[in-house]
Write a protein that binds this ligand. Structure first.
Ligand code: AMP
Ligand code: MG
Length: 405
């Protein structure tokens, strides 16, 4: 059995980025992947600007030792530059974000001034550059503000927008097809017959992909029928970049998915030293990336997070960055048999300046209850036996739960 790290490395080495790109308005570019480097088309700010409310002056006009009397010769507001030149001991009343008037090179903040019957008194001696944001201080024209393969999040998009960019060349979305398999599965909203359960995997995978740069094709819930499964896989191979299936990859009599992929494509690897998620099957049908996710709901979710999310990042032309791991102290013992790396759902909390984590209890891979209140995955190393309370473990936060910004 491959270990989880080798499996991921093997997978990522086999995934090829999509080729096409398209130009979209920045308002529609959230979570998309840039197709090219983007250089700032302007200096930001585009002019020397005041960082504070106060008085703009030419520092050279002020000899040693405050106080200094200045004559206020104009006003510069954000969006309304002063049309005067500052020299000697002139000052221009100025506000945050307003252009520094010609001749001026520093701003004395309002708090360091005092009105005086003859004008304004500066309580401090200005030094060149004080409280000035020089032109290009944020970014100079021509400097990169995004690199090919960056994911366009709100922070980066705000930078592009600040530079006046309103359209951006992004990689096309990855076409992802999805189906679940199982004679026992029923879509929510319908009554359950004997021996039936609801299909939750297709539901959770669809939601977990809602902020991924993908276009989903839902091929529904298929019976355990080799013909139906084969037809769906062939359809996906014709029209999609990636297929996610759930169920039917174990060793049961009704587990056909892997056999069919072996016939019409190939399996890159099957079975990894991972808990939950051992039966994960990864392969290709032509250019189609195939993921046979195990049917148990928790195995589906965990293998999706650990393998499919990185694969989507690469397939969409982006980069995969391993999630940040945090060190936390175990609050309770964890029973573990050496052999497979385990990811337990956990609840991490700040305690006495450090992180303390506890498992959510019985971690059976059918128990969606293990996500109840969980905000992280606890990594139990493959080579370890039982872990004892007080030991340090690595955790990764669940994005939607970890109270991340
Ligand atoms: P399988 O891998 O097909 O043997 O399925 C393993 C377990 O996961 C079985 O108990 C299935 O009933 C369950 N299962 C499979 N697919 C789903 C699904 N889409 N939603 C919920 N449970 C599922
Ligand atoms: Mg099944």
């Amino acid at each position: 059995m491959l270990n989880a790290d080798d499996a991921l490395a093997k997978l990522l080495a086999s995934v090829k980025p999509v080729k096409g790109s398209e130009v979209v308005p920045v308002a529609e570019a959230l979570d998309r992947i840039t197709a090219n480097d983007i250089a700032a088309p302007v200096d930001l700010p585009p002019f020397d600007a005041s960082a504070m409310d106060g008085y703009a002056v030419a520092a050279a006009g002020f000899a040693e030792g405050p106080p200094h009397m200045v004559e206020v010769v104009g006003e510069s507001l954000a969006g309304h530059p002063a049309r005067v030149r500052v020299s000697g001991t002139d000052a221009v009343r100025i506000f945050t974000g307003a252009p520094i008037p010609e001749g001026a090179d520093s701003v004395v903040i309002q708090e360091d001034t005092r009105p005086n019957p003859d004008g304004i008194e500066l309580k401090e001696t200005p030094r060149r550059g004080d409280n000035v944001r020089p032109r290009g201080h944020d970014v100079a024209r021509g400097t990169p503000i995004a690199r090919k393969g960056d994911r366009l999040d709100a922070y980066r998009l705000s930078w592009l927008t600040a530079c006046g960019i309103d359209r951006v060349d992004v990689k096309r979305r990855v076409n992802v097809a999805i189906f679940s398999t199982g004679d026992e599965l029923v879509d929510t909203g319908k009554p359950l017959g004997p021996g039936q359960i609801y299909d939750s995997n297709r539901f959770v995978l669809t939601r977990l992909m809602s902020d991924q740069p993908v276009r989903l094709t839902d091929l529904g819930c298929l019976p355990d029928s080799p013909n139906a499964i084969r037809a769906a896989l062939e359809q996906a191979a014709r029209s999609s970049d990636m297929i996610l299936t759930s169920g039917g990859v174990s060793v049961g009599d009704a587990d056909y998915v892997r056999d069919i992929v072996e016939k019409i494509g190939h399996i890159e690897f099957y079975r990894i030293a991972l808990k939950p998620g051992k039966p994960l099957a990864v392969g290709k049908i032509g250019d189609l990336d195939f993921f046979g996710l195990p049917g148990n709901p928790i195995s589906t979710i965990v293998t999706f997070l650990l393998f499919v999310v990185p694969a989507i990042a690469v397939r969409s032309g982006g980069r995969h960055a391993s999630p940040l791991e945090f060190s936390a102290v175990l609050a309770d013992d964890i029973a573990h048999t050496p052999g497979r790396r385990e990811y337990q759902r956990g609840v991490a909390e700040n305690e006495n300046g450090g992180l303390v984590v506890r498992s959510t209890g019985d971690q059976s891979s059918n128990r969606l209850a293990t996500f109840d209140g969980a905000n992280c995955l606890i990594r139990v190393p493959e080579d370890r036996g039982d872990l004892a309370a007080g030991e340090k473990v690595s955790i990764v936060l669940l994005r939607d739960r970890g109270r991340l910004f």
